[in-house]
Design a protein around this ligand. Structure first.
Ligand code: DGL
Length: 262
């Protein structure tokens, strides 16, 4: 394995940064290529068929171009719909991001869990299966919020986030039947941990769980015998359209120093 072979991160936008951050804590010298399918954004509003054809095709092109050591689908929507298609199309380890229902069920005392994701993710049978497997004695209340995805993009773009808008976007989950008993919320969209402080302030009574740290540990485990550069290398972020990119200042904590279009 070439020490400079990157880890490829993939999302519709900036959400995958919530997986990249914990990964760099464990693997600070990992070379990173982060691809944001801004031309397909937001995935949460797309159909299953669109995602299932778009994501494997794009990842195939990225793998040919960058020869990554591992690919991370840092997007719950793409993972819950297309992970298996991608795995069968690529001759490479692929790590997905799926809703952290198992740890949430382990933590919940009231046995009422919220799953906050995109509209596409919360309707996936994959989520039913996780509930049946890990949270069979819990009531799971799902809410899809395209507003929170937009707010996270705006935050990384340098805008000030209105706390009232964050609260209003998640409020319907708590207004649903039994919603007032929710004590644990799964952030089932990688964009949402980027609004972690705002969400905690809006609903201080709940605990939030997401997969970022667990995925980072999985990446470190899968690459445990591989060689890395001896110092951090500047990360590259690619966009599939000329959408307004996040500011380089906002990306600096994630090691990204260069932005390009694909
Ligand atoms: N970050 C994505 C997820 O984890 C998708 C956001 C979107 O494009 O709607 O689901």
């Amino acid at each position: 394995m070439n020490a400079n072979a990157p880890i490829l991160f993939f999302d519709s936008g900036v959400g995958g940064l919530s997986v990249l951050g914990p990964t760099l804590k464990l693997l600070p010298n990992a070379p990173i290529v982060y691809a944001a399918d801004s031309a397909g954004f937001p995935y949460g509003k797309r159909s299953e068929a669109e995602i299932a054809s778009r994501v494997p095709a794009l990842l195939g092109r990225l793998v040919e171009r960058f020869h990554p050591r591992l690919a991370v689908i840092a997007c719950n929507t793409a993972s819950t719909i297309a992970l298996e298609h991608v795995r069968s199309a690529l001759d490479l380890s692929v790590v997905g991001t799926v809703p952290a229902i198992k740890p949430a069920a382990e933590m919940s005392k009231t046995r009422v869990i919220g799953v906050l994701g995109t509209e596409a993710t919360v309707r996936q049978p994959y989520v039913d299966d996780l509930g049946a497997k890990f949270a069979v004695d819990c009531t799971i209340i799902r809410h899809g919020s395209p507003e929170l995805v937009e707010l996270a993009e705006a935050k990384l773009g340098g805008d000030t986030v209105d706390p009232a808008a964050v609260k209003a976007a998640a409020q319907p989950m708590f207004d649903a039947a039994e919603g007032e008993r929710i004590d644990t919320v799964v952030l089932a969209c990688t964009h949402f941990p980027l609004l972690g402080e705002e969400l905690q302030a809006a609903f201080p009574q709940v605990r939030y769980v997401h997969g970022g740290e667990g995925i980072a540990r999985r990446i470190a485990y899968l690459t445990r015998d591989q060689v890395w550069p001896s110092a951090p290398s500047p990360g590259l972020m690619l966009f599939t359209s000329s959408a307004r990119p996040p500011s380089l200042a906002a990306l600096a904590p994630f090691g990204i120093r260069e932005i390009k279009s694909l």
